[in-house]
Design a protein around this ligand. Structure first.
Ligand SMILES: C[S@@+](CC[C@H](N)C(=O)[O-])C[C@H]1O[C@@H](n2cnc3c(N)ncnc32)[C@H](O)[C@@H]1O
Length: 277
């Protein structure tokens, strides 16, 4: 188990898809959309949200390998991808999806990105991708992934990496202290060693830039309003729980911060597309 529920990933998926940067998506399509076949490796796939958003940007025949260490999420991914497709069939361990004129074959692999790193990167890939993953990872892991991508001259596209921006509506006097504690929590170990947290976009950029890759970075901030009420309310326990764990904000302040109902939230994310020169 990873601590990420399928129901939480379901809840955030529409906001994630809405926030993805469209200009970067267009550049990806310009560079890779014309390939008749493509191999894609999706790291930390959860229930397959990244495939559902990225496959429409790519060509007619796609072979995806979806990696996660959480068996429950991989099972949920099978169900959700079959439901998303216009048609599907199973061939041994491969799910073959037909979606809007594309044939997308998907293999699911339960693996730990840290402990099984070498075997994960033995998977063929023209494109290595991820969604909402790299802020959990360490700087060392980011450098290793970049090195693997560069070694095979693959493209790299990761979306919705948390970048440290967090604003709530209405404002509260403790917002800055709460946000600082949350950022401190974001750099604690999430299974990869000390997490890059909000530094992840910068570390990704530096790694690919140094390798001579053509780097594109753009904003994919969640701008949540009253219509996103359920998601806003679901964010608060995770945010406050993380703040409490740091013990950086007095409990009385946290209790006071919790009093007003939030009608809006801004959660900063960055999308990164790195292409071989
Ligand atoms: C925030 S969720 C994002 C899921 C999905 N990419 C999405 O956008 O909905 C992070 C995902 O990374 C997976 N994950 C975290 N650490 C991992 C590790 N060490 N090995 C494999 N998967 C991992 C979790 O199980 C979870 O599915």
């Amino acid at each position: 188990m990873s601590g990420f529920d399928a129901s939480w990933l379901d809840l955030r998926e529409p906001a994630d898809h809405r926030a993805r940067n469209e200009e970067l998506a267009r550049i990806l399509t310009r560079h890779l959309g014309g390939r008749p076949t493509i191999e894609v490796l999706d790291l930390g796939c959860g229930t397959g949200s990244n495939l559902r958003a990225t496959a429409p940007l790519l060509g007619p025949a796609q072979r995806w390998t979806l990696i996660d260490y959480d068996a429950r999420l991989l099972d949920a991914a099978v169900t959700r991808l079959a439901r998303w497709a216009n048609d599907w069939q199973r061939n041994k361990d491969t799910l073959i999806l037909e979606k809007d004129g594309r044939t997308i074959s998907v293999r699911f692999r339960r693996a730990d990105l840290v402990n099984d790193f070498e075997s994960v990167f033995a998977t063929p890939a023209d494109l290595v991708t991820a969604s909402a993953l790299f802020d959990l990872a360490s700087g060392e892991f980011i450098a290793e992934v970049a090195a693997e991508v560069v070694r095979r001259c693959a493209a790299f596209y990761t979306v919705l990496t948390y970048n440290g921006v967090q604003r709530w509506t209405p404002k509260h006097p403790a917002d800055a202290d709460m946000a600082a504690a949350f950022r401190a929590h974001q750099v604690s170990d999430k299974g990869f060693g000390p997490a890059a947290g909000p530094m992840a976009p910068q570390l990704l950029a530096t790694a690919f830039d140094a390798a001579g890759y053509h780097l594109n970075e753009a904003d994919s901030t969640w701008r949540l309003e009253e219509a996103d009420d359920i998601l806003i309310r679901a964010l608060i326990p995770g945010f406050v729980g993380a703040v409490r764990e740091t013990e950086k904000v007095p409990e009385a302040t946290i209790e006071d911060w919790l009093k007003p109902a939030r009608t809006g939230a801004l959660v900063g994310h960055t999308d990164t597309l790195a292409l071989p020169a």
